[in-house]
Design a protein around this ligand. Structure first.
Ligand code: M6R
Length: 605
């Protein structure tokens, strides 16, 4: 988490840094800060909370200078406070940092006994104190930065700015993403290319272990062994990085509304020339796989959980699912005929990336489904399949979830065809259903006014329970996660049949229970579980189609969904899960796009 930006400019850099930080605020918003060099002097401004607080401070106390670094923080070591905000400064050095310095306690003890005085609780301050100590010993800034980097353990991205050095920023990438932007007589640095989009479309991505010396004339890049190296410069599509709310009240609202278009685009991207064919990367080989290992976090994990049903049903491919943060620590058994599939919106989630690196030497192929095609996960996969959802800024993942599902469904169909478990006819029928998803999602979005009314009841609740069976179970999990994410209401999800094994004890007249139950093969069973809830006065909201609602009998609250084929139901039913969370949060007045304690991209373990 945390966002880093750096600029060696021709003009005043503070406004540009603020603009870049605005684009990085999705990575954390506990505090923000900027340091610049002006007439050789190093100075900085920092503020707790969102970027707007830093902007306010800088109106009254501007920060001149043509070289600078900036940071937006998601707190790890030390709570949100000005003292813990970045940049940190010691002597003639300022540092911004993303990630965790794992050996910071030992370093801090060593530096303290050498006389360093720490002003924060952060691990970051050890970096700046070390660099300052090396400068005091007579090292040049480049030597001091390099020596400092050698002492650090952990996963991080870091940038150094030095007093008296108007044309120098040193940066390093070890485990956390960092890219360099090339301008005309200017150089930039950012946690992602999106932060630099208003300044340049020419980007160099640093590789793992790289560090770089930036001046206005260019960048000298060194690899982990300190050998000077070349990394390619790529042109990014700046259009794809434009971020605005397009008239919506929140990014989340915009991103939910975009779903029909996004799903249409994703479908179009993977469609072949023939209407019943798919165009997927060469080399994608499910035929010889004996097992599919799927790993992800949060919402992306629930997308995998849905996809497990598809891969097993349509491709007869055994699937093993893992939460990324658990995966490599349980010593999973891996084999040469295994395929590993990683799903991530950002493509930078630290645990998912670490899991990918863990399996890569042991499996046949590493595939990823990502939104950011230039991300670390995409670049380190054998085959990366973008979901083409465009930037997702709202912390609550919405359009990325449905687009992940769409791409995973495409993959499951391809796997079925390759493995001979789906006949060409059945394949064509499922593909036809998948093509109808954007239209059904648009119909589901049309239920917004009704959901808004229902959410008023939910917003009064202290706890909410979500239930579902089959593919509706991961949907229930996703609904509960969304509600917690942005409304701060405690929510849990259960497989409906599991309720009577414990959680039914929670049911009383004050507990809203949301039941996802399209009229599918499991409908009767889910409805029986729903009756068990209603018999105990649970306040049920049943989300189903016309047939389901007609057969369910009397239910306190109901929401009618379009009638959709079972295969695509999870994609369509994601919409009410999202809208319920959104409107409940609005009723409660929470910060929908930037909920407390969260960050969009989780780049620490
Ligand atoms: O970028 P990723 O898809 O790897 O992120 C994984 C989770 O952090 C993410 O899905 C998170 O659970 C959602 N933002 C919640 O809405």
């Amino acid at each position: 988490m945390c966002g880093i930006i750096g600029i060696l400019g021709k003009h005043e850099v503070s406004p540009q840094i603020l603009d870049g930080l605005k684009r990085l605020e999705y990575r954390g918003y506990d505090s923000a800060g900027i340091a610049t060099i002006n007439s050789g002097k190093l100075d900085l401004r920092r503020a707790v909370g969102k970027l707007i607080n830093l902007s306010d401070i800088m109106v009254h106390a501007p920060l001149p200078g043509r070289s600078g670094i900036g940071h937006t923080r998601w707190a790890t070591h030390g709570g949100p406070s000005v003292a813990n905000a970045h940049p940190h400064r010691a002597g003639r050095v300022a540092v911004v940092h993303n990630g965790i310095i794992e050996n910071f306690r030992a370093l801090r003890a060593e530096l303290t006994s050498a006389g360093a005085e720490f002003g924060s609780e952060t691990d970051t301050e050890t970096i700046v104190q070390l660099a300052s100590q090396y400068l005091e010993q007579g090292m040049t800034p480049v030597e001091a930065a390099r020596s400092t980097l050698k002492r650090l353990e952990g996963a991080f991205a870091v940038a150094f700015l030095f007093e008296g050095e108007e044309d120098l920023i040193i940066c390093a990438r070890r485990g956390s993403p960092l890219c360099i932007g090339h301008g005309a007589g200017e150089m930039y640095l950012g946690s992602d290319a999106m932060a630099l989009a208003e300044m340049t479309d020419r980007i160099t991505y640093l590789e793992e272990g790289d560090w770089a010396v930036l001046s206005r004339g260019g960048a000298l890049i060194f690899d982990a062994e300190d050998k000077q190296t070349n990394r390619p410069m790529t042109r990014i599509n700046v259009e794809n990085t434009r971020v605005d709310k397009s008239g919506h009240k929140h990014f989340m609202a915009k991103e939910m509304a975009e779903q029909p278009g996004v799903l249409q685009a994703a479908m179009g991207y993977y469609s072949g020339r023939e209407h019943d064919s798919l165009e997927l990367p060469q080399g994608l080989d499910f035929a010889r796989a004996d097992r599919l290992i799927m790993v992800a976090c949060g919402t992306a994990f629930y997308a995998c959980q849905v996809a497990k049903y598809w891969f097993e049903k349509y491709a007869g491919l055994p699937v093993e699912l893992d939460i990324a943060s658990e995966f490599r620590y349980r010593e999973p058994v891996l084999g040469p005929a295994n395929l590993a599939l990683f799903v991530s919106q950002s493509g930078e989630t630290a645990d998912t990336l670490a899991a990918l690196r863990h399996v890569k030497p042991h499996v046949a192929q590493v595939i990823s489904v990502v939104n950011v095609p230039t991300s670390s996960i995409a670049r380190e996969s054998d085959i990366a399949l973008p979901i083409h959802a465009g930037p997702e800024i709202g912390v609550a993942s919405t359009k990325a979830f449905t687009a992940q599902l769409q791409v995973l469904a495409i993959l499951a169909l391809r796997a079925g065809l390759q493995r001979g478990t789906l006949s060409p006819k059945a394949f064509a029928e499922r593909l036809f259903e998948l093509r109808a998803v954007p239209g059904f999602v648009a119909q589901a979005l049309d239920r917004e006014e009704e959901i808004k009314r229902l959410s008023e009841v939910l917003s009064q609740a202290r706890d909410v329970l979500f239930l579902g069976r089959g593919m509706m179970y991961p949907l229930a999990l996703e609904g509960a996660l969304k509600l917690k994410d942005i409304s701060y209401i405690h929510a849990e999800a259960y497989a409906a049949g599991e309720l009577k094994h414990g959680p039914i004890a929670l049911i009383d007249k004050d507990l809203p229970v949301i039941v996802f139950a399209p009229h599918d093969g499991l409908f009767e069973k889910t409805v029986s579980n729903m009756q068990e809830v209603m018999a105990r006065q649970g306040k049920v909201l049943l989300i189903s189609d016309a047939k389901g609602l007609a057969e369910a009998g009397e239910v306190p609250f109901r929401l009618a969904m379009p009638t959709v084929p079972d295969f695509i139901a999870p994609i369509v039913y994601a919409v009410p899960a999202q809208l319920i969370a959104y409107h409940t949060a609005l009723h409660r007045g929470t910060d929908v796009d930037q909920p407390r304690n969260l960050a969009k991209s989780v780049t620490v373990e």
